[in-house]
Design a protein around this ligand. Sequence first.
Ligand code: A2H
Length: 251
Amino acid sequence: EGVAPQEYTLIKMKVQELSGKLAVLTPKTVFLVAATLRPETMYGQTNCWLGPDLTYVAVEMKDGDIVVCTRRAARNMAFQGMLSIENEVKPILELKGYDLMGTKLTAPLTCYKTIYTLPMLTVKEDKGTGVVTSVPSDAPDDFAALVDLKNKPALREKYGITEEMVNVDPIPIIDVPEYGTLSAPSVCQMMGIKSQNDQEKLIEAKEKVYLHGFYEGILLVGDFKGQKVQNVKKGIQDMLVKKKEAMIYQE
Ligand code: A2H
């Protein structure tokens, strides 16, 4: 953790049906909130990652809606005046990532009408909200984890994930001169990355994809189509915040 605060965009992903452990929250509006540094990639969301063994809490926001995130993130949100009670966390519900697997969500900007929560074992408890949005077109970690779930029926079964839930493909949203319009899948293929277990290669893949994607990438979709990625981040963040589809959060 550095000294300077990190600013994240919290993407609000609306829970479509309050079933299972979430049923007690009826008739509230409930969001999983994913922390991202790359709001301009939200056009490419295909699913949402949760750590199956992490603990999440449901807390009330100022406007009465409910957000689900780690307790640590809820505490930060309380101190940033985002929750119904200032400086205090009163969880309405506590649950494991495992309990939320396969939840149907509505996420902003993506062309998929429904995206599902899926397990990723490397989601960190002490970063962001513990909820991570998946953009396999532009994030090698997301691509590798999705490929694993597609290729490994036993892994899906362990977490109650069906084939339909992983039946999504990376969406071309950014053109990177060196790597084309699906830079993470291209670099993973070039480097022979077949799984999220290829840790060392993934570190190198991320360096390549993030560097070239951010500095040379051109957006292919949406209101900022044709513009350089590095120039659109703020505009897309503002647009999402204005539409109440995102919030700004620091840690
Ligand atoms: B980024 P930094 Cl397309 N555990 O969002 C693991 N990873 C987490 C996390 C957690 N608890 N919380 C957030 N993240 C991921 C999109 C994206 C991201 C793209 C490209 C690069 C990228 C889609 N996933 O991040 O350590 C989230 O993934 C490049 C670093 O705070 C978040 O942004 O720098 C990023 O890590 C924050 O990582």
